[in-house]
Design a protein around this ligand. Structure first.
Ligand SMILES: N[C@@H](CCC(=O)N[C@@H](CS)C(=O)NCC(=O)O)C(=O)O
Length: 246
């Protein structure tokens, strides 16, 4: 028998548009036992101090019960009991950022957040096939190449943008945004998935001081720091290393 999932509320868009204003929602995250595409979603919920929990995936039995047959899926229950089903990782990340005021203060800031977010995402998407999926005997060489040829170039560009923003630990203005969290999560992923024997990680206080400052600023946020120290976070790190055999 399939482990049942929350049932989304079917209502008119007028009704849903009222429900969605809820500032006291609870969230259920359905994903696998690794960081993966759930990492930034969990990070946003933890950072915002939201009330959230994880649902255990019963896969592939639940596949046909999800909007696109893939995870993550998030269920938001608003204060009036309406259940909103959220799918596609980036759509969820943007939705949550907007809800938690982590998406910039105006249209232009919103665009800036998006450009940094997308820039980092492009590098992350390349890391997977080039390094994670490399044959085990080539992984160290591919990681070194990726650090030198891809990360160092994009990191230098981000360093300049961050300098222009005042080297204050934020990408946009002086507030936390999705861009800060995206980079912090990306740095963690690169540090976690560094093959044994590869050269030093391409991010550090010395090599990339402005990116590192963003990383430390996000990491020192109390509710996010508590999440990173949690046992569940450690389990997800172990799950991530395990699944990719690092
Ligand atoms: N575009 C989707 C991709 C989701 C995706 O590929 N999820 C994988 C895990 S990372 C999945 O559900 N795999 C199981 C399956 O395809 O049955 C998103 O960003 O959410």
């Amino acid at each position: 028998m399939v482990v049942s999932l929350p049932v989304p509320t079917h209502a008119s868009s007028d009704v849903l548009s009222q429900a969605v204003k809820s500032s006291d929602s609870t969230f259920k995250v359905l994903y696998f036992g690794l960081h993966g595409r759930g990492e930034l979603i969990r990070a946003l919920l933890a950072f915002a101090g939201a009330k959230w929990e994880e649902l255990t995936a019963d896969w592939p039995a639940q596949k046909s019960h999800t909007p696109f047959g893939v995870l993550p899926v998030v269920y938001e229950t608003t204060s009036d009991g309406t259940v909103l089903e959220l799918a596609e990782s980036q759509a969820i990340e943007r939705y949550l950022s907007n809800k938690f005021h982590l998406y910039g203060k105006n249209e232009y800031e919103h665009h800036k957040v998006e450009q940094y977010f997308t820039s980092i995402d492009t590098v992350w998407l390349a890391f997977r096939p080039k390094v994670i999926d490399a044959a085990p005997e080539n992984r160290v060489e591919e990681a070194n190449k990726f650090y030198d040829e891809t990360i160092s170039k994009i990191a230098a560009i981000h360093e300049e943008h961050l300098k222009k923003n005042g080297s204050n630990g934020h990408y946009v203005g002086d507030s936390f945004t999705l861009a800060d969290l995206k980079t912090a999560v990306f740095v963690d992923r690169i540090l976690l998935l560094r093959p044994a024997g590869a050269k030093e990680a391409p991010f550090s206080a010395e090599k990339t001081p402005n990116i590192w400052k963003v990383y430390e600023t996000v990491n020192s946020h109390p509710s996010y720091a508590a999440w990173k120290e949690s046992q569940r976070y450690q389990e997800l790190s172990a799950g991530t290393k395990g699944i990719f055999k690092f």
